[in-house]
Write a protein that binds this ligand. Structure first.
Ligand SMILES: [Zn+2]
Length: 396
């Protein structure tokens, strides 16, 4: 139960009840389509007349379409309701320090188009390039009405959409949401990439409906952690919750772009594995290495002993951090997102072994690698906009 916040509440009106019922109906259709109005009344417990009023409105607004006529044993044959996934075109951006991917999807998070380009060092150049991509997408799909953009960022953005912490990107504080909105003329939602991935798992993942406690760990240049607890993202007082990647595990360890020393991500990220491979162990200058992490995975695949050793060292440190997350937060699942999951056959058992040695005996958290082909970070960016239409309305 949540305590009522007397500084941020909304008294209930008949409109509140209508909004809640509308979202419930929309979610039932999203999950169970095709379904008839009678099915919807049965699953939701809403009156038939209420269901009809809601559906008429959803059809009017283009969210729901009526399709084929179904079978009935007696009486009028029902018409099936479908979610109109083309109702809204959603632009999704996965901003990473080295590469940016932009996609265009419907509300089902299926991409009709996407492209990638190297992330510019200057945020203003980035915004101009993004605007050009958006124009190209809109020109090639004139029938899709874009209604918003979700951006997953390698750092943290505050409530106003200002990038406040992104050490691996090296941009400093920048009013990213406002600047992009001014350039493309659409509303923009900014969220930490790991948070976006956790949301994507909640809305589009394979988990049963009752999973409410998920932790997403993005392993890339750094490590991001997204906390979805009690079905809600945890942002903390200053939007910085989840920065486990910058929890120092050794005060004498290698320096980190965040200013600290010995942060977890300096031991367990892709950059850490590359440093192990190169053998310097001290390079945290943010310089892009000539060899990429996928190159390292490829080398390990061909049996290169040094590459395998570097990856295994990274996996052991991943396990150490994950064990801390499991013991401290007891989530139902920890999702692992990143190129490293492509080598999970080799590294997964090592991570599990390290975790098992450290957690409490009854811990039951599953560690689940995501399939890179499902593009969790980009799908997360879509989810930022999707949840605005399907999420529970704000009530006291
Ligand atoms: Zn750090």
């Amino acid at each position: 139960m949540r305590k009522i916040d007397l500084t941020n509440f909304q008294v209930a009106t008949s409109e509140t009840a209508r909004q809640i019922n509308r979202r419930i109906a929309l979610n039932f259709i999203r999950r169970n389509e095709p379904m008839s109005r009678a099915d919807l009344a049965r699953c939701s417990g809403l009156q038939r007349s209420t269901v009809s009023a809601i559906i008429d409105q959803l059809i009017d607004e283009g969210w729901v379409t009526e399709g084929a006529i179904g079978q009935a044993l007696r009486g009028r044959r029902p018409r099936f309701l479908h979610l109109n996934v083309e109702r809204a075109g959603i632009l999704a951006v996965d901003l990473r320090p080295a590469i940016t991917t932009v996609g265009l999807a419907g509300v089902d998070a299926r991409f009709v188009e996407q492209t990638s380009w190297p992330t510019p060092k200057d945020p203003e150049v980035f915004i101009r390039q993004l605007a050009r991509t958006v124009t190209l997408f809109r020109d090639s799909h004139p029938r899709i009405v874009c209604e918003g953009m979700g951006v997953s960022v390698p750092g943290r953005a505050d409530r106003s959409g200002r990038l406040v912490f992104a050490p691996n990107l090296g941009w400093g504080p920048v009013d990213l949401k406002r600047l992009i909105e001014a350039e493309i003329g659409l509303p923009v939602v900014l969220e930490n990439a790991a948070n976006a991935c956790a949301l994507a798992e909640l809305w589009f993942g394979l988990h049963p409906e009752h999973v409410r406690h998920l932790v997403a760990v993005t392993v890339s240049e750094g490590i991001g952690v997204g906390l979805l607890l009690n079905g809600q993202l945890v942002h903390g007082g200053d939007a910085m919750a989840g920065e486990f990647g910058h929890v120092s595990v050794d005060e004498n360890g290698p320096p980190c772009p965040c200013g600290n020393r010995g942060c977890w991500e300096r031991y367990a990220s892709n950059s850490a594995a590359l440093e192990y491979y190169r053998g310097d162990g001290q390079d945290a200058s943010g310089a892009r290495p000539a060899m990429s992490f996928p190159d390292l995975l490829q080398l390990a695949e061909t049996g290169d002993a040094r590459a395998i050793e570097a990856l295994e060292r990274m996996a052991r440190f991943l396990g150490i951090g994950i064990a801390g997350l499991i013991t401290g937060l007891a989530p139902e699942a920890i999702m692992i997102i990143g190129e490293v999951t492509a080598a999970w056959n080799r590294l997964g058992p090592l991570v599990e072994y390290v975790v098992k040695k450290r957690i409490l005996p009854h811990a039951a958290t599953r560690i689940v690698p995501t399939v890179p082909a499902s593009q969790p970070r980009l799908r997360g960016a879509v989810t930022l906009v999707v949840q605005q239409h399907f999420g529970a309305p704000h009530v006291a």
